[in-house]
Design a protein around this ligand. Structure first.
Ligand code: ATP
Length: 648
């Protein structure tokens, strides 16, 4: 056995360099970043489109400059042909006006053309990276993150970021540049009046800093609240049957309304802060222009300025109003984008704690000996000091052997089986497959060797064939049909379009038992070395279960299997049974040995007939003994709950 796998501590005391998986952080736990630093993190995505962004800035800047030069042409008309009553000289400033007007429109049009495609690609690359990261992040991450938070990050947040990078950011740069160029032009016309307008920048800078401090937190809060709202909508859509069956629409509706009201309050707080900013941003230029008008008229009267000067000055100053006023709105967008960027990178920065090793083991063959060596496991969010859920578990499963894991509800059976395909990694000890630590396999390779079927069968919005193969390379219709036959799921061949019938969400409705059998077919289709069955037959009636088990035996004869069993009928599939109790495997033996010798096991699998035989199984040719096929006392509960969840 290779020994390069990392040794892990069996307790919940994490070493300082263990990457920690956490859910969305509270505000107090988040690192504080300035808006610039949050926006700066977008650079790797912005970089490929940077030349286009520069071009876009130049085009928008050129258009704004044309706008600013407009008044200069008017000044030339007033102080030239009009003042000298010489209309023959009007043609060139008039032509200039026309060129400037058409040029401004053409440049704005070109700017849009130049930036549209790269902006859409930019958003797509960010979304692809987020999706790819979500696929690589371990199940422990997804356990802790509400789906709505992830959906909102990959949808609305990315829209906010794209709009700012392609539009808001460009105009923030262009409008600041327009302000600077405008001030230079004004200083050229009259340095005294120009200084008054230039002085605007001082209160504006102070104001922006105060605004940033107040607004960014609110922007973040509102995006988080929108994520929570998305989670509520998602849960109520997925759980609509439960909500309706319990008549809880009003209750869930109230929860939604409460959250929506919180979001509304935050949006109103944002609007309040923005309105203060806007009020000042709009008033400041008006004040400056008022002062300039008063002084300007005096200067024209004194002959220090021509009428053309004053008209040009005010036309330029008026042209600068929008760039100044829009700074308020653009700062709002910058803050929204910074908050969205923080939210995006929180997911991208999350550690991928379960990954392929640098030099994976390429052990051939499929003997399938599965060994748990002193395995411990604690959930990442378990309180420090709580005992591990699994504690020093030792179990050796021979190639081709089927072991049933039996234990009380919540004893850790599902967690134990999830360790086999590294949905979670052991926190102590190791699991080996044919002597190789699971952490030394390439993940894709491991998950080809180990297949799982869960009690809650998830089907995707796709055809039967796609659901069974789930991307398995080289899978043929013959493979699918064989797997369907093992899982007793041939019923799909009678569906309207056979293997092409769309099922899953928005597809053909299937019953819970039918879905479980399809999920089982998915598990067996790849002929894995190890099959992990997490109570995948719980929704089947006993007759169908017996048929599936009979068909499964042909597969299990050559496949190592770990089967979670809640009822004796499922235990019947196994060669041996392992009892999980208090985090440990406390007994291993055949069903009859444990029934005879272990009171805990007897208690868990208590028979429902006086002689221990199930009425439907007595006399059948299953591997059985006098106590074998009885359903457990917990069966009715399990079946009820699984039907509640699974039957459609
Ligand atoms: N992601 C998680 N984070 C923290 N605790 C968890 C998580 N998932 C499960 N648990 C807890 O771990 C314990 C074992 O859960 P597990 O699903 O493995 O039990 P089980 O034996 O399969 O139960 P059942 O028979 O009801 O399916 C439970 O107490 C459960 O609440």
């Amino acid at each position: 056995m290779s020994s390069t796998a990392p040794a892990a501590d069996a307790t919940n005391q994490k070493s300082p360099d263990t990457p920690v998986i956490s859910g969305p952080l509270d505000e107090k736990d988040r690192p504080h970043r300035s808006v610039l630093s949050s926006l700066g993190r977008l650079w790797p995505y912005v970089k490929p489109m940077f030349p286009r962004l520069i071009l876009s800035c130049l085009l928008a800047g050129g258009a704004s400059l044309f706008g600013l030069l407009f008044p200069m042409a008017i000044r030339a008309i007033i102080d030239g042909p009009i003042a000298h009553r010489d209309m023959s000289a009007i043609w060139w400033p008039a032509t200039l006006l026309l060129v400037l007007g058409v040029g401004e429109a053409v440049l704005f049009f070109l700017r849009r053309i130049v930036i549209n495609t790269p902006a859409v690609r930019f958003e797509q690359r960010m979304r692809d990276d987020l999706y790819e990261k979500l696929q690589r992040l371990p199940v422990a991450f997804h356990d802790l993150w509400p789906a709505g938070q992830l959906i909102s990050r990959s949808a609305s947040d990315l829209g906010i970021i794209r709009r700012f990078v392609a539009f808001g950011g460009v105009f923030l740069v262009v409008n600041i540049a327009t302000f600077v160029v405008g001030v230079v032009l004004l200083l050229g016309i009259s340095w005294q009046l120009g200084l008054i307008v230039a002085g605007l920048s001082i209160p504006l800078i102070i104001l922006c800093q105060v605004f940033e401090r107040q607004y960014k937190d609110l922007a973040r809060l509102s995006q988080d609240q929108a994520g929570d709202l998305t989670t509520t909508v998602e849960e109520s859509v997925l759980g609509i049957r439960i909500i309706k069956a319990f008549g809880r629409s009003a209750h869930i509706g109230r929860r939604f309304v409460d959250q929506a009201l919180q979001l509304r309050k935050t949006e109103l707080d944002k609007a309040r802060v923005v309105s203060y900013l806007w009020a000042v941003v709009v008033i400041l230029p008006e004040l400056a222009l008022g002062i300039c008008l008063w002084l300007g008229i005096e200067r024209v009267a004194d002959g220090a300025m021509t009428p053309g000067d004053i008209v040009a000055f005010f036309a330029i100053a008026m042209g600068m109003r929008w760039p100044i006023e829009s700074i308020g709105w653009l700062l709002t967008e910058a803050n929204n984008t910074a908050a969205a960027s923080d939210r995006y990178f929180e997911v991208l920065d999350a550690p991928v704690t379960i990954a392929s090793p640098d030099r994976p083991e390429r052990a051939p063959g499929r003997a399938g000996r599965l060994t748990f060596n002193d395995v411990s496991y604690s959930f990442a969010d378990a309180k420090p000091g709580t005992p591990p859920l699994l504690d020093h578990v030792d179990l050796d499963i021979q190639p081709g052997e089927t072991i049933a894991v039996v234990g009380a509800t919540g004893s850790g059976k599902s967690t134990l089986t999830a360790l086999v395909s590294r949905l979670y990694d052991v926190t102590g000890g190791s699991i080996t497959l044919d002597g190789v630590d699971l952490r030394e396999f390439e993940l894709a390779d491991l998950r080809q060797r180990v297949a799982m079927a869960f009690e809650e069968p998830i089907l995707f919005s796709a055809s039967v064939r796609e659901n069974v193969l789930l991307g398995m390379e080289g899978g043929t219709d013959a493979d699918v049909q064989q797997a369907l036959s093992v899982a007793q799921a041939d019923f799909v061949l009678d569906l309207p379009w056979g293997l092409d019938t769309r099922i899953g969400e928005q597809g053909m409705s299937l019953s819970g038992g039918q879905r479980q059998r399809l999920a089982l077919a998915r598990a067996v289709v790849g002929r894995p070395s190890v099959l992990v069955l997490d109570d995948p037959l719980s929704a089947l009636d006993i007759h169908t279960e017996a048929q599936v088990e009979a068909a499964l035996r042909s597969v299990l004869g050559s496949t190592t299997a770990l089967v979670i069993a809640h009822r004796a009928s499922t235990v019947m599939l196994a060669d041996r049974v392992a009892l999980l109790s208090g985090g440990r495997i406390t007994a291993v033996g055949t069903h009859s040995e444990l029934m005879a010798s272990n009171p805990d096991y007897r208690h868990l699998l208590a028979s429902d007939t006086p002689d221990g035989t199930h009425p439907d199984r007595a006399g059948s040719n299953h591997r059985t003994d006098s106590t074998a096929s009885a359903d457990t006392s917990s069966t009715s509960h399990r079946t009820a709950t699984s039907q509640e969840g699974a039957e459609r």
